[in-house]
Design a protein around this ligand. Structure first.
Ligand SMILES: [Zn+2]
Length: 380
């Protein structure tokens, strides 16, 4: 890492403010250690063998977060955990969030909202601005539960979405979790949507539906396009609700062909291990953008190669910074810190070899750190 304060690229990166274009709230309150460890992976619970601290993300926490909690680098997991409990969640959140150098968080609020800070509370803890991103499926499920009507769903959903997204800067779909990208790319007809809504309501048996019907999911993503706000699409790595091979963004190709003429930005999230595929899609489709959040946090000291691969085909105007942190503020901190270290190492080597000028490096870093997101989400 270029930590020499006289190194112009290191000094530039240290002062570079971020827009985290896809992220969730920090933990609202302290949780038991086992629950905390399970939040550091995409596994649904902690491992039966060993500890999550024995992984790249665990080592990265002990290296980079420990000093922010007044501990030496590489403090043991037990020492780290004890200090974390002693300080309490509010103090840990403030210290770690404020060390990220993030000016604006685009917070997606659709996942286990009770466990994490809501937008105003996250903004206060981080001393940063927060804008909201609305999850298409959550709005649809609330509407179906409230109305109980399949007949009115197709006509009521666009208005409900517009109302719910009135102050938001984007929408998000979790189609990858609920079905996968292998579904018909065309917009479904109203009759088919009504039938699908009826099926979901019947399956829910009076409770809140969990939409998995491909016709209905397809309708939601088209309503997201119609709304016109940037549409975030979870791609790649995630918890075992999804089948990874069906979350490859290349499976979106036919749908992207149909969406491209609308000009609505499609933001491919995370993508790991398909970040090279995402870079390709961002090159060939004018409205496609991508990030490598999530994978970077979890890969810790090995995240440099993910960042290097993201800078292969992906045009520099089509990449956006994200941490995709949810819960422990360690993940918010690592998303920022590991990205800064990764680009310093990868781009710094190109500057040293005079393959890139320093001025070009700084310009591209500003684009990815904040300017692309500010432009696409119209933040200013
Ligand atoms: Zn996310």
């Amino acid at each position: 890492m270029r930590e020499d304060p006289h190194d112009p690229l290191a000094a530039f990166l240290a002062g570079l403010g971020l827009v985290d274009h896809h992220v969730h709230g920090a933990l609202r309150r302290q949780v038991p250690r086992e629950r905390f460890e399970s939040m550091l992976t995409e596994a649904p619970s902690g491992p039966s063998v060993g500890t999550v601290f024995d992984s790249q993300v665990g080592f990265a926490i002990r290296t980079w977060c420990a000093p922010l909690l007044d501990l030496p680098r590489h403090a043991t997991a037990d020492v780290y955990w004890a200090r974390r409990c002693e300080l309490g969640e509010d103090e840990v959140n403030q210290r770690l969030l404020r060390a990220t150098g993030t000016a604006v968080y685009l917070l997606e609020t659709g996942y286990l909202g009770d466990a994490v800070l809501d937008p105003p509370a996250h903004a206060a803890a981080a001393a940063a601005r927060v804008r909201e991103v609305v999850r298409l499926e959550a709005v649809a499920e609330a509407l179906l539960a409230e109305s109980g009507s399949a007949d009115r769903f197709a006509s009521e959903y666009p208005a409900r979405l517009a109302e719910r997204a009135a102050g938001a800067v984007g929408t998000k779909t979790i189609l990858a979790y609920r079905h996968g990208f292998d579904l018909a790319p065309e917009r479904p007809g109203t009759d088919a949507v009504t039938r699908a809504a009826g099926t979901e309501l019947a399956r829910a048996g009076g409770g809140t539906p969990r939409i998995t019907d491909p016709t209905l999911l397809s309708y939601l993503r088209w309503c997201g396009v119609d709304l016109g706000l940037p549409l975030q699409v979870h791609c790649g790595y995630g918890d075992p609700d999804l089948s990874l091979h069906r979350a490859n963004p290349l499976l979106l190709t036919d749908w992207l062909r149909l969406v491209e003429p609308t000009g609505v930005p499609v933001m491919l999230l995370h993508n790991y291990p398909f970040h090279r595929e995402a870079g390709y899609l961002a090159q060939v489709f004018d409205n496609v953008y991508f990030d490598v959040g999530l994978g970077v946090n979890y890969a810790g000291a090995a995240s440099r190669s993910i960042i290097a691969e993201s800078l292969e085909l992906g045009p520099f105007h089509k990449q956006v910074f994200s941490s995709d942190a949810w819960g422990p503020a360690e993940l918010h901190l690592l998303g920022s810190l590991l990205w800064r270290r990764g680009v310093a190492s990868v781009i710094g080597a190109w500057v040293d070899a005079d393959e890139w000028s320093l001025a070009d490096a700084q310009r591209v870093l500003r684009l990815i750190a904040s300017e692309n997101a500010e432009r696409v989400y119209r933040l200013s």
